[in-house]
Ligand binder design. Structure first.
Ligand code: COA
Length: 169
């Protein structure tokens, strides 16, 4: 890890080289890959795996059962979930959620438990993802619907841009 944040709680977590964890982050019993950025106020529960070269923006919640592969972008205030029928007491069933490599999830989206977001898929801001999203699709809305089965050249170009403004710290 590149810097050790003073006001974060990091326990039993393996963090790869060149990764950065900012302040007010909770990490417990999970694994973070190399060169991944975890911004402030991110809460990650036990056993979560986050891959290499990911960017997790502020105020993200990632509970147990979520796996995030390499090169994934998670926008600010994205909320993952892991229990479809939650209640305060008794047994519950953990559902596994997966975000495949190079996917991006727009700000404030909610990801229902048990879904898979496909490789290189793009989820628009404010979406509620209730079903699997195929590889390379663009989806948005509540519930999120696929609006494009492929990433158009225009969007691909915009995502690939390395000019000022797209290189977030
Ligand atoms: C989904 C997204 C990639 C679509 O971008 P785009 O292909 O350029 O689409 P446009 O902006 O041309 O919008 C096309 C239509 O979809 C609608 N739309 C776009 N994004 C939407 C969203 N997130 N939710 C609902 N509708 C949306 C627009 O209102 C527009 O509708 P209209 O044709 O009726 O006016 C983009 O809007 C988005 O949400 N990006 C994520 C932003 C984000 O969270 N970034 C995090 C970094 S801080």
């Amino acid at each position: 890890m590149r810097r050790r944040p003073k006001y974060s709680i990091i326990k039993k977590t393996k963090i790869g080289r060149f990764s950065r964890v900012y302040d007010q982050v909770n990490l417990y019993g999970g694994k973070i890959g190399k060169n991944t950025k975890i911004d402030a106020f991110v809460y990650v529960e036990e056993g979560v795996t986050i891959g290499d070269n990911c960017k997790i923006r502020p105020f993200v919640f990632i509970p147990t059962g979520v796996t995030i592969e390499d090169d994934v972008f998670i926008g600010p205030s994205v909320t993952f979930t892991n229990d479809k029928y939650p209640r305060a007491h008794g047994e519950w069933k953990l559902l596994q959620t997966r975000v495949k490599k190079f996917a991006s999830i727009g700000a404030r989206s909610v990801i229902n438990p048990g879904v898979t977001i496909g490789e290189n898929a793009l989820i628009g801001s404010g979406s509620v993802v209730t079903r699997d999203i195929p590889d390379n699709a663009i989806a948005f809305g509540n519930p999120a619907r696929v609006v494009s089965a492929t990433i158009s050249p225009r969007v691909a170009l915009a995502r690939a841009r390395t000019t000022k403004g797209s290189t977030r710290p």
